[in-house]
Unconditional design. Structure first.
Length: 751
């Protein structure tokens, strides 16, 4: 309808202009003085004259009506005249009303005063190209009012030429279509909004990176805005920014919204126009709010998925890859190295004496130490290598693509040098070393399981060779591992096959050399390996949990033997039984001991339980309760291998301890090493001041014995008197112990 009205206006203006011009010309010619004389001489001409006068009146009437019409059109239509340079010459009343400018403010000004900057430069290039050819140009234009409000007009520009055919000025007739345009814009915005959100949700369903998702969102969002050519946007998420070309802060026109994840602000979405253009409220604000909400939910899910994946593939304490991810990394490295015919190495790292630190200072300190170790290991390898936590105090390093085995040795030594540097953790200066086993692909295995197993074997070999060193896997080590494996299987049947046996070693008084007590020592009479010493299978028993039933068997066997000696008329000596850490931590320990004593009818005073220092340090309150309960039963408590652990006067005062056993490592060189002599003397003096008896282990010479007698040591144990013997041989010692004086006492008295 608006287009039709504009066409009518153009036609009427053209015809009326021509009619007025021709009528006035004829009228002036006919009313000249010459024509008046001619007309008076002729009645016909007189009649014509009357008609022409009437025509003149009609023309004047038409001109008046035309003027009134033009005035009326000017009140409903935006009319302006612009010269060929673009300067405004005339404006209609309606144009002033819509634009907000007065005639005085517009006339003489450049027509670009009304520009909105909504249209691209190509829009106006097309306009000027068309009207410069004297062609009528017609399109919808968005202009800006004096107050900054945008309005839309259906504009027709007519070039007006002079008598020489040159363009003299331009006649512009515009109709205000803002209301109609706004309806179209609203509908269009809704359609663009719907398409935008649909596209963005499709992007969010794809497996894309966060940066790629943000780029796609901005692209779809810009296209959905009212003025996409003028728009720029930015997404900031978790400190990273993704923006469109030309974006910068503090642009004149901007809307924004926050991105919330887990109810916390983690970013924002901003949209700006490079010129001062208005946004469509509330549509465009609602649009970016919806986009930000969808992005927040997507990012929250993505972060949750990352956390779940990390929980299943990474160690919770150190953040390093765990065993599952390690397996995958090794297999990937193997595929690459098999294809490229390269070597790779696995370093199995076991921390030395970590349990002692963990037990003495607590698990919190131990955990912090493990984290610090993990961080140091990362500094020793390349970015393409893998550092993983295998279990407890064990770590794995996977060296991808090495030239020779020597490369693995260099890294291993670098790790050892790094680990041994002091750690400062919560005001504690800690020291720890590592033992490293190395297996190399393809010589030591062609799959992940074999390489890990062989590096584990090599690591234990490193521990056996003094710790704080690295060892490569060898066939001999593999053979030893197999033996250990099958030995563990056989140990499970040792009890039911009655293969376990107790040996006894006497503990003698000093200086009288009377039998003071005996120590029960476990042996395994293996059907193939003959007599197996405890250092070969006790650790296996600890690892498998068999130490609990084995420990009960030892106590019951000792009690039965005491009953046998009593039945034979002997005065049984006190029998010392070693408790492992796992036995000591068993909640049913005191209950089981009490039950076995009751079932065998043996008094508790005949039993001594030997424990190590490290057992006393962890969970102090529980230790105190257990030891007090055992002591109240009448059982003696002895500290075995005293001086090799975290020796402390505090637990000697606090715990019900009856005996200290000085470790053989101090006794061995007591004659030749002044320091060992001093340490032993100090231990004996300290124990006596606390009314604790002392047993010296590992006595092998008379000189050792004499020095200990001089220091007033209470008892001794060692090969000098007797090695551990079967029960049949210990009975002869029981008989000898009834003699009043021994050979050694006589020697001592003679001196």
């Amino acid at each position: 309808m608006l287009l039709h009205l504009t066409d009518q206006i153009e036609t009427v203006l053209l015809y009326l202009g021509l009619l007025v011009f021709s009528s006035i010309a004829i009228l002036y010619w006919l009313t000249s003085s010459f024509m008046q004389k001619a007309i008076k001489s002729s009645s016909v001409l007189a009649q014509i004259y009357k008609q022409l006068v009437q025509a003149k009146k009609d023309v004047e009437k038409i001109s008046s009506e035309l003027t009134a019409y033009m005035d009326a059109v000017g009140k409903i239509t935006l009319i302006s005249t612009i010269d060929h340079k673009g300067k405004i010459l005339q404006v209609s009343e309606k144009l002033c009303e819509i634009s907000g400018y007065s005639q005085e403010e517009l006339i003489g000004q450049d027509h670009r005063l009304l520009f909105s900057h909504v249209h691209p430069d190509s829009f106006f290039v097309d306009m000027w190209t068309t009207i410069a050819k004297s062609q009528i140009w017609r399109k919808e234009i968005c202009n800006r009012s004096k107050s900054g409000i945008l309005y839309w007009v259906d504009s027709t520009i007519i070039p007006i030429v002079d008598t020489n055919g040159k363009i003299d000025h331009y006649f512009s007739v515009c109709v205000d279509i803002t209301a109609h345009k706004q309806k179209d814009l609203d509908l269009n915005e809704r359609l663009k909004e719907s398409h935008c959100l649909h596209s963005i949700r499709n992007y969010l369903e794809q497996d894309l990176s966060t940066e790629r998702v943000c780029q796609n969102i901005l692209k779809s969002l810009i296209a959905a805005l009212q003025f996409p050519e003028m728009a720029v946007a930015m997404i900031e998420l978790e400190g990273k920014q993704v923006s469109t070309t030309g974006y910068k802060e503090n642009l004149p026109s901007q809307i924004s919204t926050q991105i919330m994840v887990n109810k916390e602000i983690c970013g924002q979405l901003k949209v700006s126009y490079i010129f001062d253009l208005p946004f469509i409220f509330p549509y465009e604000q609602n649009l970016i709010d919806t986009i930000a909400h969808n992005l927040s939910r997507w990012y929250e899910c993505k972060e949750a998925e990352k956390r779940i994946i990390k929980m299943t593939t990474h160690d919770a304490l150190t953040g390093l890859p765990n065993r599952h991810l390690l397996q995958d990394r090794i297999e990937q490295a193997l595929v690459h190295d098999i294809r490229s015919h390269k070597q790779m190495a696995i370093l199995f790292i076991g921390l030395d004496h970590f349990k002692t630190i963990n037990d003495s200072l607590g698990h919190d300190i131990g955990d912090l130490l493990l984290k610090a170790v993990g961080e140091r290991l990362l500094t020793c390898v390349r970015n393409e290598d893998t550092v993983a936590r295998h279990r407890s105090d064990e770590f794995i390093v996977v060296l991808n693509t090495i030239a020779t085995s020597l490369d693995a040795a260099k890294v291993a030594q670098k790790i050892l040098d790094s680990l041994i540097l002091p750690y400062h953790i919560q005001k504690n200066q800690l020291h720890i070393s590592g033992s490293i086993g190395i297996s190399v692909f393809p010589n030591d295995g062609r799959n992940a399981d074999t390489l890990l197993k062989n590096s584990d074997i090599a690591m234990y070999h490193a521990k056996e060779n003094g710790r704080n060193n690295y060892q490569f896997f060898t066939d001999e080590l593999n053979k030893s591992a197999h033996e250990k494996h099958f030995l563990g299987l056989d140990l499970r049947h040792a009890l039911e096959r009655n293969e376990l046996v107790l040996y006894y070693q006497p503990v003698m008084d000093m200086p009288g050399n009377h039998l003071h007590s005996v120590e029960a020592l476990l042996r395994w009479r293996h059907p193939e390996h003959k007599l197996v010493a405890p250092d070969k299978f006790i650790n296996l028993a600890e690892e498998t949990g068999l130490i609990i039933p084995i420990g009960e068997w030892v106590l019951r066997t000792v009690c039965n033997q005491i009953r046998t000696w009593q039945d034979q008329g002997y005065n049984p000596p006190r029998v010392a039984i070693n408790l492992s850490a796992r036995q000591f931590r068993d909640n049913a320990l005191t209950k089981n001991i009490s039950r076995i004593l009751n079932e065998t009818g043996v008094e508790a005073k005949y039993i001594t339980l030997e424990i190590t220092e490290s057992m006393l340090i962890n969970n102090i309150e529980q230790v105190v309760e257990t030891l007090n309960c055992l002591s109240e039963m009448g059982i003696h408590i002895s500290i075995d291998d005293f001086g090799t652990g975290y020796s402390s006067l505090s637990y000697l005062k606090r715990f019900p301890i009856h005996t200290l056993k000085i470790d053989r490592s101090f006794v061995r060189d007591i004659v030749t090493d002044k320091n060992d002599h001093t340490i032993v003397a100090a231990i004996i003096a300290m124990a006596h001041s606390l009314e604790i008896e002392v047993i010296a282990e590992g006595i092998e010479t008379e000189e050792q014995l004499n020095l200990l007698i001089a220091q007033k040591c209470n008892h001794y144990q060692g090969y000098y008197f007797s090695k551990p013997v079967p029960v049949s041989e210990i009975e002869s010692t029981l008989k000898k112990s009834l003699l009043p004086v021994s050979k050694i006492y006589a020697l001592y008295a003679s001196k």
